[in-house]
Write a protein that binds this ligand. Sequence first.
Ligand code: 0WK
Ligand code: BGC
Length: 899
Amino acid sequence: HCGAQLLSAALTSRPQVQRVLLALTPTLEKLQEVKGRVLEALEQGLSRQSGARSTMQMLPTFICSTPDGTGETALLDAVPGMGSHVRTLWVTLTGDGNQSPQLMYHVFEMPEDITQGSGEALFDFIAQCVKNFLEEIGNPQHRLPLGFIFPFSCRQTGLDKAELISWSKGFRCSDVEGKDVVQLLQAAISKQEVGAVWGSRLGGLPHAENLMVPRSGTNCCFMAESHLLEMAEVTSGRMCVNSEWGCLGDDGALDDVLTPCDHRVDQESSNPGERRFEKMVGSLYLGEIVRHAMLMLASEQALFIGRNTSILATKAVLTTQQVLEIMDNEDGMAKAQGILEALGLQPSERDCCRVQQLCRAVVSRAAALSAMGLAAVLSHMCRSRQLERLVVNVGVDGGLYHTSARFGEILRSVVGLLAPECAANLMPSADVSGLGAAMVTAVALRTVAQRNNMERLLAPLRLSRTDLQRVQALMRQEMERGLDRERNAESSLRMLPTYVCHTPDGTERGKFLALDLGGTNFRVLVVHVAEDNIDITNEIYVIPTAVMQGTGEALFNHIMECIMDFQMKQELMDQVLPLGFTFSFPCQQLGLDKAVLLNWTKGFSASGCVGQDVVQMLREAAQRKQHTALKVVAVVNDTVGTMMACGYHDPKCEIGLIVGTGTNTCYMEERAKVGTMDGDEGRMCINMEWGAFGDNGCLDDFFTSFDRLVDEKSINAGKQKFEKLISGMYLGEIVRQILLALVEEQVLFCGKSSHKLQNRDIFQTKFLSTIETPGLALVQVQGILSNLELDASYEDSVLVREVCQTVSLRAAHLCAAGMAAVVEKMRESRGLEQLTVTVGVDGTLYKMHPHFSRNLQQMLQELAPLCNVTFLQSEDGSGKGAALVAAVACRGADPSSPQ
Ligand code: 0WK
Ligand code: BGC
């Protein structure tokens, strides 16, 4: 309604006055339109390419967190305030949610010439103020972190590194622009031998994500999504961005809002053409705008008619403070009378009324334009966070906001009109800048401490290239030992011959039953291998944990019930189809259809199975069920099944890799290299059982305390060590252990864990895939954490994501190191310069994790550059592979069919 009042006042005035008041009262449509331009400038400013062209510089501040109420610190601030003083503060935060910070401060008047003198003199003056203040507060012995507020536009390259871009607000010190103001103050402080240590450079307000400062100048900062802030090279989380929106319009984008008065204020300013927006809303200029409006109307005989108005040609004769007084509803007219008389203008009542209208129009416009700018920032935040509705606190400081209720009203209401999708809670700030710098320094110290603790805890999980080459060499050594009849027992790799000597050649034919046990799901399949395609029908059955960990008899009974249920449903009860059995556990293969279980893995522990022929156990279960329609012709490991299934489509597929619940690899080895078997013609597929790599201690250097905790609490402690660093059954648990440690160290969730997080396996590996999904809004990460009853802040989500990334990257790299050993072995076994080979791969982790496969392949290329390795994801799982092995077995058994 302020706009309406102004409009009605305008419409009842003399045309000249009308013209000036209307020009100073942009309509809502115009504000909406200009908001669109500001949004464009804002997003342009964020991007590296177009950033330089934008009038919104969007300067990174390297502040990536807002205060969380923890972290006790005593700090020192130095604030060269606007115009004529430096304020030094001693702030103690007591970690009580910053409810009662203790503050002591001293304001040092700054001699006028300092603002126009040398930069060295300015910083020496500030350092002297700090020294005097420390003496005043009794020179505390312990060194204090120092926060420094420098309210001029700077290009920040670190929390404590900022180059002055340009002076403003009347400052003109030489030899500072383009220099790091932190260094300049540091040098001045060292000259003074002051005890204070270093902190940060920008101020803020607790719990507010935006800070808007309609002071002598104007500016706004906000917590932007880091991945949009290309100059900052921080990809996750948020970072406070200093918009420097004072320069809006320097490219002409506000020319349709600027009035002749604004142009005159600009021409008379010390930096014509620059900071046009600031010159319309900053309190340094409002008095000048009104003066020029009065001057213009006086020259058009619409104000102070017949008076000598030459005084109005004098700069700064009307202050913004006076403008605010004249606006006052109660005694504004009297104030106007007094002020204008003091200027010798002998104002009439009408003159006073019109000057009051001008003052109100100029201040209302400043509020409306600030609201338009803030609305653009809020809409950007809402959009960039993919939110329907943004609810945010905005810290507002500045004389204009604090002293003019009308300014605040217009700011609030116009923001609501221009950004209806945002609920912005404007929080007036008392003494914000001093406390703000203290907050920033406290937050900086907290985030630096958190970062250091995070780095220290995660460092053992970050494997270097040398580490990975060592793992590769260890894997190779264990492979050689495993293939050597004499040294096989020393190796943690069993290198089990599988009796599969060929990969499919496309001549396989027939209808087969297949079982696929050992992964996430137990599947029964009927596979029809025809000339031009393979037709598969399958059904997934659950193996309850009680059955997995019960008796062997019960387990195989359960398997038989599933087979019979499937045969029933597929009307196969009367057909005795050859069956291929994918049994994804370490087995000593004694023939294509004979395999003795060596030990269980992946949470299975059914009794009475280890040391038994699993095919025989299945046959006995069939007998117990009087079921005759069962003819097992082949038992294979899931890696072999996967290799065969992919080999059917790509003859170069000679390796099978599983990265799922468990992990393992098989590959086609030269028979001559398999010392544990007779014969040296052709090749033999070797099931490496690489999950057990390191069970003999050769990998212990790479085992972190978290891995040891996961292993100790597993049902097969000391076993499957490599698997426990890589596979889906364990990654979530490793992350959980790390989160517990980070909570312990006060790095996460303000040191508060939850009952749920104490539960084993509560942090599922699929959470890693979700949390690491590119572009996933961190609010969704907070969603996963809140389901674990963890009160996660935004920063917590960023840190949790980093933990997940570190754990999954290590897993992918360890897999790459293992695979590099395999392909290099094959290349050398075959005496090749270059090896070209395909890896058939399956497993939920490999397939579902957003980065695992790429990270694995990239590192493999680096570790095995002489091998050109393609990864082929298996579509129908290893059941198809088992059927193909069965087909080969049947062809072998049929003397009439070609071998
Ligand atoms: C699908 C294969 C199966 C294998 C599984 C491994 O058909 O043989 O065991 O992948 O992945 P997981 O289900 O453990 O994630
Ligand atoms: C088993 C392997 C299997 C792998 C992938 C491991 O735990 O020992 O036989 O290939 O999991 O399923």
